[in-house]
Ligand binder design. Structure first.
Ligand code: 5GP
Ligand code: MG
Length: 173
C-alpha cells in the first residue's frame, strides 16, 4: 500500500477548509449533510474546525453500477437527515469521482427546500468526472487510482486508516 496523503497533511488541509467554511457561513443556518459511510472521518474532523452553530445530518447513497455501463442508479436513504427546509446545506462526501453521486444529491436536497446547497469533498480524482459539478470546497486532487483510508473503504475494510493510500493489486473500482 502506498501512502498518498499523510495524516498530518490531511489534518492541515481539513483545518484550512474549516476556516474557509467558517468565514463563508457566518450568521447562516448551516446544516452539514454527510454522505455515509465514506465521509464519516472527514465529518468528525471538519466540524471540530468550524466554530459556528451548525447541525449535522446524515444520508446514505448507494449506487448500483452495471458492469457494462457507467450509468448509475442512486438509492438515497435520508432517514437520518432532519428537515433542511430553509437551511443552508453543505453536502459532504469523501471523493468526487464521476460526479453522479453528488450532483444527484444536490438535486435531492434542493428539492427538499434547502435555502442553498454547496458541496465539499476531501478528494477529487483527476480525469474521471462525467457530470459537470465544481465542488465549492475540496481538499486534494489525486490521480486516477483506487484509494482507501480516512473513511474510504475497499470491501468495507481500511476505513479506519488515518491516511489515504493507494491499494495494491487487483480490486473492484
Ligand atoms: P461518483 O458518483 O462521483 O462517481 O462516486 C463517488 C463515490 O464513489 C464515492 O462516494 C465513493 O464511495 C466511491 N469512490 C470513488 N472513487 C473511489 C476510490 O478511489 N476509493 C473508494 N474507496 N471509493 C471511491
Ligand atoms: Mg461514498
Amino acid at each position: 500500500m502506498k501512502i498518498l496523503l499523510s495524516e498530518a497533511q490531511i489534518l492541515d488541509r481539513v483545518r484550512a477548509l474549516g476556516r474557509q467554511i467558517e468565514a463563508d457561513y457566518q450568521g447562516k443556518p448551516l446544516t452539514i449533510v454527510a454522505v455515509l459511510t465514506g465521509s464519516l472521518i472527514l465529518l468528525a474532523d471538519l466540524i471540530r474546525q468550524i466554530q459556528l452553530p451548525l447541525r449535522v445530518a446524515l444520508l446514505q447513497a448507494s449506487s448500483y453500477k452495471g458492469a457494462t455501463t457507467t450509468a448509475s442508479d442512486l438509492v438515497i436513504n435520508d432517514a437520518f437527515a432532519p428537515d433542511v427546509a430553509g437551511r443552508d446545506v453543505l453536502l459532504l462526501d469523501d471523493i468526487l469521482d464521476t460526479g453522479h453521486t453528488l450532483s444527484t444529491l444536490v438535486r435531492h436536497v434542493s428539492e427538499r427546500g434547502a435555502l442553498s446547497v454547496r458541496t465539499a469533498v476531501l478528494l477529487r480524482k483527476i480525469g474521471r468526472q462525467e457530470v459537470h459539478l465544481e465542488p465549492d470546497y475540496w481538499g486534494f486532487e489525486i490521480p486516477d487510482a483506487f484509494v482507501v483510508g480516512y473513511g474510504l473503504d475497499y470491501d468495507d475494510d481500511y476505513r479506519h486508516l488515518p491516511y489515504v493510500a493507494v491499494l495494491d493489486g487487483p480490486h473492484a473500482s
